[in-house]
Design a protein around this ligand. Structure first.
Ligand SMILES: *[C@@H]1O[C@H](CO)[C@@H](O)[C@H](O)[C@H]1NC(C)=O
Ligand SMILES: *[C@@H]1O[C@H](CO)[C@@H](O)[C@H](O)[C@H]1NC(C)=O
Length: 248
């Protein structure tokens, strides 16, 4: 009898130990999306991706684990760095939804952004996601939440017009139940404009949650929603367009 109690106690203990081992060791996620127009009309300028069918839409930036005190873990595992072969089935979708417009480098290099997101943030969430599910979860939320449509339905359009910060937050809140964080940057004239949305998710990235912490991201009460940048065509496409014009 006593032996059984001890054995079952040991089993219980090991269950507790293993479940606490796989629990997330951070408090919530930011799912961050950026607006390419806000990079292109800024001082920094942009480098449009060469992929022609990049959507005229917000682009995924990444899924970032956060602590409740406003800090975050980063670069947690040097032994499991980015490996594109583990996500080969997702690449074509990622090229359209997760394209790099010079957020990090000009010329743009998607692989570079994806590598940065996994190595910095993904390696810290391996209690919840592996390589593939980290990238897939980003794409899943992109499918689930069409930020541009939500804004357009409230008359908030990327037309270089100015909109109330609260008006923008409320449009998103109406759909997901919680206000997002918004990060602004400046156009070349110094106007504050919509750059990134921070959508908060629980620490398993299953549900939208109230943001426990939203840093001050330097917006004004009215901010510009810049136009989507013109797409760049490859040199050969431009030449063939020019020659077809000159011969007709
Ligand atoms: C924030 O919380 C994390 C996790 O609990 C902790 O490791 C870190 O030291 C805290 N940082 C500050 C500045 O309080
Ligand atoms: C893009 O970034 C990846 C990963 O950092 C790198 O291996 C590759 O050489 C880069 N490509 C170009 C064209 O710079």
């Amino acid at each position: 009898m006593r032996g059984i109690i001890i054995v079952s106690f040991l089993i219980l203990q090991s269950l507790v130990a293993s479940s606490s081992q796989s629990a997330p060791d951070f408090n919530f996620f930011y799912w961050v999306n950026y607006w390419p127009g806000a990079i292109c009309d800024s001082q920094k300028g942009c480098c449009p991706p060469t992929i022609r069918d990049t959507a005229s839409d917000f682009m995924i930036h990444g899924l970032w684990p956060q602590f409740i005190n406003g800090t975050w873990p980063a670069f947690c595992d040097q032994t499991n760095l980015f490996d594109i072969s583990k996500i080969s089935d997702l690449i074509s979708k990622m090229e359209r939804k997760w394209a790099e417009w010079g957020v990090w480098t000009c010329p743009s290099n998607e692989t570079n952004l994806w590598e940065h997101e996994w190595n910095k943030h993904g390696t810290c969430v391996q209690s919840v996601f592996d390589h593939h599910s980290y990238f897939q979860t980003n794409l899943k939320f992109k499918q689930k939440l069409n930020l541009l449509n939500i804004l357009k339905q409230k008359g908030i359009k990327p037309n270089d017009g100015f909109y109330g910060l609260d008006e923008i937050k409320n449009a998103i809140k109406c759909v997901i139940g919680f206000a997002p964080g918004i990060e602004c940057n400046e156009d070349v004239k110094g106007n504050k404009q919509l750059f990134q949305f921070y959508i908060c998710l629980d620490n398993y990235a299953k549900e939208f949650v109230e943001c426990p912490y939203v840093p001050d991201k330097s917006c004004a009460s009215k901010i510009k929603f810049p136009k989507f940048p013109k797409k760049r065509f490859s040199l050969s496409e431009s030449l063939s367009a020019m020659s077809s014009v000159s011969t007709t």
